[in-house]
Design a protein. Structure first.
Length: 306
C-alpha cells in the first residue's frame, strides 16, 4: 500500500474516532447514555426551557427536554414540556418538576423535587409542574411599588412635614416676639412674687408649726376625754350592775305612777276644765264690778244717784 492511501485511511479513522468521541461526550453531558423513559409536565411560562435543557432529580442529572409544545387548556395558553429520564428511574407520584436555575448565572433547568409517596409514576405520565419565580420580574414589580409609594405617600408626607415645619417656625418666631415684648415685665412679676413668697415663708412655717402643736394638744385632750368617758361608762355600768334590783323597782314604780296618771287623766282634765270656767267667770265678774273684792255684795240694778 502506497503512502497517500495510508494517509487517507489514517485521517479518516481519526475523524471517525473524533465523531464517536464527540457523540459520546454529548450523550454523557445530556444524560442520554442509554434507554430512557418519557414524561411530561405542563407550565404557564417556559422562559429559558428548550430542547436539550437538562432535567435533574434532586440535583442529579437524569435526562433532558425533548420538545416544548404550546397547547390550549382552560381557555388559556399552556406549554407541554416533554422530557426523557434514565430508564427505570423511580419518580414518586407527588413529585414536582420545578423550572429554575441553580445560581444567578446558571442555565435554566428542570429539577424534580422528590415526593413522599410510595407509588411511582409510570412512564408517559404527567409530573406536576411549577414555574420558576422570575427574579427580574419580581424586582421590576417591587421597583414599581416603591415608585408608587414614593409618589403617592412619601412625597405628600414630605410636603406636609415641610408645611408643618414652616408653621412651627412661624409660631416660634411669634412667641419670640411676644416674649421679647413682655419678657421684662413677666420677669419683674416673677421676681416680685418670689420676694413676697420669701417674706411670707417664715410666717407660713411658724403657722404650720403652731398648727401642728395645737393639733397635737387637741389630740392629747381628745385622748384624755376618751379615757374619762370610758371610765364614766365603766362606772355607770358598775352602778347599774350593783343596783340592778333598785333600778328594776324604780322602773316598776314609774310604770305604776304612769298607769295611775293614765287612769285619772280624764278626771283631772275635767276638773281643770271646770276650774278654768270658774276662773273665767270670776275674772268676768271682777271686771264688771271690782267692788266685789271689798264688799262681796252683788252690784245694784240701778246706777248711782238713782
Amino acid at each position: 500500500m502506497n503512502t497517500p492511501k495510508m494517509n487517507y485511511v489514517a485521517v479518516g479513522g481519526f475523524v471517525i474516532a473524533a465523531l464517536v468521541g464527540i457523540i459520546m461526550a454529548v450523550a454523557t453531558l445530556t444524560g442520554q447514555t442509554g434507554a430512557t423513559d418519557k414524561y411530561f409536565s405542563i407550565y404557564s411560562n417556559v422562559t429559558g426551557v428548550k430542547f436539550g435543557t437538562q432535567v435533574f432529580y434532586e440535583g442529579y442529572p437524569v435526562g433532558q427536554v425533548e420538545e416544548v409544545i404550546p397547547i390550549v387548556e382552560g381557555g388559556a395558553m399552556k406549554f407541554k414540556v416533554n422530557f426523557e429520564v434514565t430508564e427505570g428511574w423511580q419518580i414518586p407520584s407527588d413529585s414536582i418538576a420545578r423550572i429554575g436555575a441553580a445560581g444567578l448565572l446558571s442555565a435554566i433547568s428542570i429539577n424534580i423535587d422528590a415526593g413522599k409517596s410510595a407509588t411511582a409514576l409510570k412512564p408517559g405520565a404527567q409530573v406536576a409542574g411549577r414555574e420558576a419565580a422570575d427574579l427580574f420580574s419580581v424586582m421590576s414589580d417591587m421597583a414599581g411599588e416603591v415608585n408608587s409609594i414614593a409618589e403617592n405617600d412619601i412625597r405628600p408626607l414630605l410636603a406636609t412635614i415641610n408645611r408643618t415645619a414652616d408653621s412651627f417656625a412661624a409660631t416660634v418666631e411669634t412667641v419670640g416676639v411676644l416674649m421679647e415684648e413682655d419678657g421684662e415685665r413677666m420677669v419683674k412679676k416673677f421676681a416680685a412674687l418670689a420676694d413676697d413668697l420669701s417674706e411670707r415663708a417664715p410666717r407660713i412655717a411658724k403657722n404650720i408649726d403652731e398648727g401642728t402643736a395645737n393639733f397635737a394638744t387637741l389630740a392629747k385632750d381628745l385622748g384624755e376625754t376618751q379615757a374619762k368617758l370610758d371610765k364614766l361608762l365603766d362606772t355607770t355600768g358598775s352602778m347599774v350592775g350593783e343596783n340592778r334590783a333598785q333600778v328594776r323597782q324604780s322602773i316598776a314604780d314609774l310604770k305604776h305612777v304612769a298607769d295611775s296618771l293614765a287612769r285619772h287623766v280624764d278626771a283631772v282634765n275635767q276638773n281643770l276644765e271646770g276650774t278654768a270656767r270658774n276662773m273665767f267667770e270670776f275674772s268676768r265678774e271682777i271686771r264688771q264690778n271690782p267692788g266685789l273684792l271689798l264688799s262681796g255684795s252683788a252690784p245694784s240694778e240701778k246706777g248711782p244717784g238713782q
